[in-house]
Design a protein around this ligand. Structure first.
Ligand code: NAP
Length: 248
């Protein structure tokens, strides 16, 4: 039996990067995956096709996670098509890095709305089907930056720290109904974005990590599958750091 057999899983922001790897691993573990994206239509269609083979199933929706009504509409559609939502993975996230001195109100709002308000929007929407089923697992993608802070990322760090507080509160409120809520705090994860950076700088980052490498999207996806599945049945309100020991 696979870890997510017969589970209906929503993953936000899965057209690329970590979210894509999470969608792939969830399908590998037997889940029906509904994923969202904002603008990468072609990548989303390619992922749908890649995953909907050999008995696997994935469906992409263009849905802006920062918009309350779009989140509700997405969950309504999933419930009417698939019956319920067993797992929600709030992965969608953006950066708008700059020093506080230069940060505009728009850069603050964009990051808070996409990274933090989105988790409120989606969690509110899945609460009803999960309460009805008296079961559910919610995973929020935070960051080591949310724990430690980082110069030039006041908006991002605030959103990721906010997700940890949100996670603990939801875990406390919904634990009695067998709905769990946990966070993952990835460290330096190597994606297409980091491929484009100066490789000397990237090597210096790697050298500063106890495991001497950047993480892969799959490293994060594996921890996500654990939290989504019954393997973590007695784990709630926690933040798992997937950072190669970067932050201890
Ligand atoms: P990424 O490659 O930039 O991908 C972001 C994904 O989110 C894309 O699929 C994007 O869709 C989607 N998205 C953006 N805004 C959205 C919105 N408003 N509604 C729905 N989807 C939206 O990011 P990543 O590096 O994989 O990061 C994924 C998560 O991990 C983020 O929350 C990030 O903060 C966190 N994280 C990443 C790292 C790292 O090193 N990469 C470290 C710590 C934490 P489109 O393609 O359509 O734009």
């Amino acid at each position: 039996m696979k870890l997510l057999e017969n589970k209906i899983v929503i993953v936000t922001g899965a057209s690329r990067g970590i979210g894509k790897s999470i969608a792939e691993e969830c399908v590998n573990q037997g889940a029906t995956v509904i994923f969202t994206y904002l603008s990468s239509k072609e990548k989303a269609e390619a992922l749908e096709a890649e995953l909907s083979v050999n008995g696997g199933f994935a469906k992409g929706y263009k849905s802006d996670a920062s918009k309350f009504d779009e989140a509700q509409e997405l969950v309504d559609n999933v419930v009417s098509e698939f019956g319920t939502v067993d797992v929600l993975i709030n992965n969608a996230g953006i950066t708008r890095d700059t020093l506080l001195m230069r940060m505009s109100e728009e850069q603050w709002d964009e990051v808070i709305n996409t990274n933090l308000k989105s988790a409120f929007n989606l969690t509110k929407a899945v609460q009803r089907p999960m309460l009805k089923a008296r079961s559910g697992s919610i995973v929020n993608m935070s960051s080591v930056v949310g724990v430690k802070g980082n110069a030039g990322q006041a908006n991002y760090a605030a959103s990721k720290a906010g997700l940890i507080g949100f996670t603990k509160s939801v875990a406390a409120e919904l634990g009695s109904r067998n709905i769990r809520c946990n966070a993952i705090a990835p460290g330096f994860i190597e994606t297409e974005m980091t491929d484009a950076l100066d490789q000397k700088v990237v090597q210096e980052w790697r050298n500063g990590i106890p495991l001497k490498r950047g993480g892969s999207p799959k490293d994060v996806a594996n921890a996500t599958v654990f939290l989504a599945s019954e393997m973590s049945a007695y784990v709630t309100g926690q933040t798992i750091h997937v950072c190669g020991g970067m932050l201890m």
